[in-house]
Design a protein around this ligand. Sequence first.
Ligand code: CO
Length: 211
Amino acid sequence: MKPYERLLLENKAWAAEMLTEDPEFFARLEHIQTPEYLWIGCSDSRVPADRITGTQPGEIFVHRNIANMVVHTDLNLLSVLQYAVEVLKVKHIIVCGHYGCGGVKAAMGNLDLGIINKWLRNIKDVYRIHRDILEPLPMDDNQRLNRLIELNVQEQVMNLAKTSIVQKAWKSEQRPDLHGWVYGLNNGLIKPIFDMPAGTHIDPLYEFDNI
Ligand code: CO
């Protein structure tokens, strides 16, 4: 058996197990999904959104990219966000980073890595904004890295609040609440870092007044 074929075999076993537990499971999910959560996480294979939150298929709408970024020109992220907010009407959006994130670590370095430079530059901007907090911290034990990871999550939550998509939903429906979390690879625990309830006022520079 080729290694990848194990995945197909495991899938058969999983589907059968789900049906044993709940014969209507797939029939119920086939035509409708009503997730309450949008998850924006890192692509890192060690941070599976549903496994670490104990959520089932149908409960959580997921977008993942390198270092869980909310980049305001990223059509992929914006399409997911608009669909989740306006069609699925999610009540909460969670940006979840993780300690030891390789993407954030790379952004703290100075290597030319090709295309990904452009992506990592968004993280460098977060570093620059919070330089005063970060530079006094030692590099050892990943102290500076892990603080940047927390600040990055906070900044990405704020980026969500700057979108007209979120501001429209806040104004008309008082949702979604925004949450910034960081997952610990070493203990499997999520640490809440930063919350932004629906309707929070942000820097007026970023607030649209005609929506
Ligand atoms: Co990562």
